[in-house]
Structure formats: structure tokens, C-alpha cells
Design a protein around this ligand. Structure first.
Ligand code: FAD
Length: 416
């Protein structure tokens, strides 16, 4: 439902959510010369990758020395460590080692708060109108077109208009409000805080390495495959307020319980997650849904090649159709709300691919405005050319496909 309030203004592009995908979309659109407003319900940028305390860029390479994910994912990785620590493996310190020159993967940890501040600096320099502490509450949509959105701020309800909306809310809130078909997921029992104790402080001092100062302490400690999920416990639904509250209270009490036995003068919890650490809440039911069977397939409408974070050699291309729904002319999905099934959703939603779809969404939105076309009917070669010019690898190189592993063997990986 949309509250009828006077419009606060018209922008070219509204970005819903200030996670890495939303930030990438806003940066891309602003660089294309568009007027961009970004709404973020918390008070910091970065989403799960900062306030969610998920401070690890998963591998952006094929596991054999070749970088697969570049473009703005590379730019944001470098930004995440520009003012703070990194943990880039030695073989990648001086750039790409090259095929078969290493088995180390290209990953890094970073300071979550410092990355968040660096994102604020970048978006501010690009004149993105950041609206913190602003919750999107509704979409004013008719006949597949969104006229504007309603937000709630300290000043009350406000209404904003734009030509294109990019939903990077992580929960597909705007897509849902606008009546775009969506798919919901379930979430394991995971709640990770930042923790330190004097022993870790001493180790950091001894090694002269601040990255060793803080480690993680779990309430619920389930991993993405469900290992550690308490037997008999339901999956949490991140789109249901009662569920979210039960998840938070249960996990916070578990976390507190886990430290009670320790000497309170020797340890501290340094940061609690500021948003629920749900991996898969809701995504667009896009014109195409990526599956694990898409490994090694080329897509004519690819907006970027990506790799699997857990398995070497496992390569994909993201079809632009995972981000749009025909019939809805001015909304694009970015980040973890793009259309993937089962494990393919996991591959698509992690930080580097989320940035790639954010970048693609920003470029697609700018293009749709320029050529006055629905977002599902834009000039794909023009979009790809723009992304390629920005160092995105659109199609992976076939020479990187391993010859000793069959498609069938890989297809089973999705059913973990
Ligand atoms: C437990 C866990 C472990 C993970 N581990 C890793 C890892 O090691 N490495 C990795 O690369 N990835 C990991 N991921 C995945 C990764 O963190 C996320 O998928 C990625 O950061 C998603 O980015 P996003 O921008 O799409 O969404 P989000 O980070 O969810 O950002 C969405 C933003 O939108 C805002 N928002 C939501 N609703 C509204 C609204 N109605 N109005 C205004 N603002 C709104 C939110 O506050 C948030 O800032 C993990 C995820 C989880 C949960």
C-alpha cells in the first residue's frame, strides 16, 4: 500500500538498499551521468559485507591463477583494503599469477567498518544522494510500471519518483511491493559476531598484524550447506517479521551463553551484526533462473563471468535475464535478489557476483533511460561493450574448462 504524500523529488534512478550491490549500481549509474538516490534503512553502507560482519571477498579466480571476476568487483576489493588491512595470499599480492602458477585463490578479508566508510566516501564523491535511516515501505506501481516509492524516515513518510528502480534490498522488497513475481528461500541458524580476547590481542601485537586482533564467535553456527543447523529446527524465513524476531532473540541469547564461562576481564564481543545474517530470503523470479547445470555455458546476454567460491574451475556466466521480468518495464534486480536456484543462488549472491550484477544493473538502467526502452528490452551488445570497457569479463575463456571433469559430475554439486 502506498501512502499518498507529496513527492520529495524525481531522480533518474532509485537504488533500493546500500549493500555492495546497491553501492555498485549507484556508482555505475552516477558515473554514467545519472541523478541517483540510494535508500538505506540502516545508517551505514555495505549491507551484509560490512554491517552484517561478512568481511571476506570469496575467491574471484578459477583456483589455478586466473582471475575470472574483475570489473567493479576488483575495484571494490581494492577499496575494501585501501584504508585497512588485507589478507590477500602471497601469490596474488603483486597481481594475477597466471595459469597454473598457483593453487592459492584470490580472496581477502578486510575491516568491515573501514570498507563501509570508504563506500560512503566513494558515493559522496560521485554525488549519489545517500539517504540513510530510510526504509522503503511501498511501491506505487500500475500495469508493470513503478511511478515512485514510499519511504519512512525520521521526518515521516516521503514519496520519491524515478525513471528506473534498482532493487538491491537483499530481500527483493521493491519487487515484492510492485507485484513482480518472487521466490522465497530458507535460512540456516547462523549468527556471527566479532570477538577478541587478550590472547588474540597479544598474537596481533607479536605479529604486528592488526587483522589478527578480531576473530568470530557464533551464536548459531550453521554454514551455508546447513552443517551445524540444530536438528529439528525450522529454516528461518527472512521475509517474516515474527520469524526474524525469533531468529534474533534465539541467536543473541545463544551467543551470550557461549561467552559466559570465560573470564570477563580477558575477552569482549567487539561488534554484533547490525542486520540478520540471512543468506537467501527472496529473489526475483526472473526471465531466466540460473542453475548449476549452467556451468560452462555461454550466454548471449551475459553481463559477467563468475566462478564458484568453493570449487576450482567451476565457471558460469550471468544472464541479464536473471535480473529482469518481462512486463515490468522499469525495475531491475541486483545482488542477492537476482534469479538463481539452489546452489546456483549461492554462487550468484556472494560478494563479488553481487557487485557484478550491481554494476550491470546501473549500466542497464542508464542505457534504458538513454534509449527509452523497457529494461527487459535493452541493447545487450551495447550493455556488454560498456561493461567490457570497464574491465568486466563477459565470457570466460573456453581454454579454462577442465577436460578431465564431465558436465554430469558437476551437475550433482547443486544438490548438497
Ligand atoms: C552468514 C553469511 C555468510 C556469508 N559469507 C560470505 C563470504 O564469506 N563471502 C562472500 O563473498 N559472501 C558471503 N555471504 C554473502 C554475501 O555477504 C551477500 O550475499 C552479499 O553481501 C549481498 O549483497 P547485497 O548488496 O545483494 O545485499 P545486502 O548486503 O543484503 O544489502 C541490502 C541492503 O539493503 C538494505 N535494505 C533492505 N531492505 C530495505 C528497505 N526496505 N529499505 C531500505 N533499505 C533496505 C539493507 O539494510 C542492506 O544494507 C554470506 C552471507 C551470509 C548471510
Amino acid at each position: 500500500m502506498v501512502n499518498k504524500v507529496k513527492s520529495k523529488g524525481k531522480y533518474d534512478i532509485i537504488v533500493a538498499g546500500g549493500g555492495v550491490a546497491g553501492c555498485a549500481a549507484a556508482v555505475e549509474a552516477a558515473r554514467a551521468g545519472k541523478r541517483v538516490v540510494l535508500f538505506e534503512k540502516t545508517v551505514q553502507l555495505g549491507g551484509l559485507a560490512t554491517i552484517g560482519l561478512i568481511n571476506l571477498f570469496v575467491p574471484m579466480c578459477n583456483g589455478r591463477g586466473v582471475q575470472i571476476i574483475k570489473g567493479m568487483a576488483e575495484e571494490f576489493l581494492r577499496l575494501s583494503i585501501k584504508y585497512g588491512f588485507d589478507t590477500i595470499p602471497s601469490d596474488w599480492k603483486d597481481g594475477e599469477p597466471g595459469l597454473y602458477n598457483t593453487n592459492q585463490r584470490y580472496v581477502t578479508r578486510y575491516s568491515a567498518p573501514i570498507f563501509s566508510l570508504a563506500l560512503t566516501e566513494l558515493l559522496t564523491e560521485l554525488n549519489v544522494d545517500i539517504k540513510f535511516d530510510t526504509v522503503i515501505t511501498g511501491a506505487d506501481a500500475e500495469n508493470g510500471h513503478i511511478n515512485g516509492i514510499t519511504v519512512y524516515t525520521k521526518s515521516g513518510f516521503e514519496y520519491y519518483e524515478a525513471d528506473i528502480i534498482i532493487d538491491a534490498s537483499g530481500d527483493a522488497d521493491v519487487l515484492h511491493f510492485a507485484g513482480v513475481p518472487t521466490v522465497t528461500g530458507g535460512n540456516y541458524h547462523t549468527y556471527i559476531a566479532f570477538y577478541t580476547n587478550l590472547k588474540e590481542c597479544a598474537a596481533a601485537l607479536e605479529s604486528n598484524d592488526i587483522s589478527k586482533l578480531v576473530s568470530q564467535r557464533a551464536g548459531g553456527g550453521a554454514n551455508l550447506y546447513g552443517k551445524g543447523h540444530p536438528e529439528g529446527m525450522k529454516l528461518w524465513d527472512g521475509t517474516n517479521s515474527d520469524d526474524i524476531n525469533e531468529y534474533l532473540k534465539t541467536n543473541q541469547l545463544e551467543l551470550l551463553e557461549s561467552i559466559k564461562g570465560e573470564d570477563r576481564t580477558q575477552r569482549d564481543i567487539t561488534l554484533l551484526p547490525i542486520m540478520p545474517q540471512f543468506r537467501t530470503t527472496r529473489h526475483i523470479d526472473g526471465d531466466y533462473t540460473m542453475t548449476v547445470e549452467d556451468a560452462y555455458k555461454h550466454f548471449e546476454d551475459s553481463v559477467g563471468a563468475i566462478c564458484d567460491f568453493d570449487r576450482k574451475d567451476f565457471l558460469f556466466e550471468i544472464s541479464y535475464r536473471t535480473m529482469v521480468k518481462t512486463g515490468f518495464d522499469n525495475i531491475i534486480a541486483a545482488g542477492r535478489v537476482t534469479s538463481g536456484k539452489d546452489y546456483a543462488w549461492d554462487i550468484l549472491r556472494v560478494i563479488p557476483p553481487a557487485i557484478i550484477t550491481g554494476q550491470a544493473a546501473g549500466a542497464a538502467a542508464a542505457l534504458a533511460i538513454d534509449i527509452q526502452k523497457p529494461v527487459y528490452d535493452i541493447d545487450i551488445p551495447a550493455l556488454q561493450k560498456k561493461l567490457e570497457d570497464e574491465n568486466v569479463i563477459i565470457h570466460f575463456d573456453d581454454s579454462l574448462i577442465p577436460t578431465d571433469i564431465t558436465q554430469e559430475e558437476f551437475s550433482d554439486i547443486g544438490h548438497i
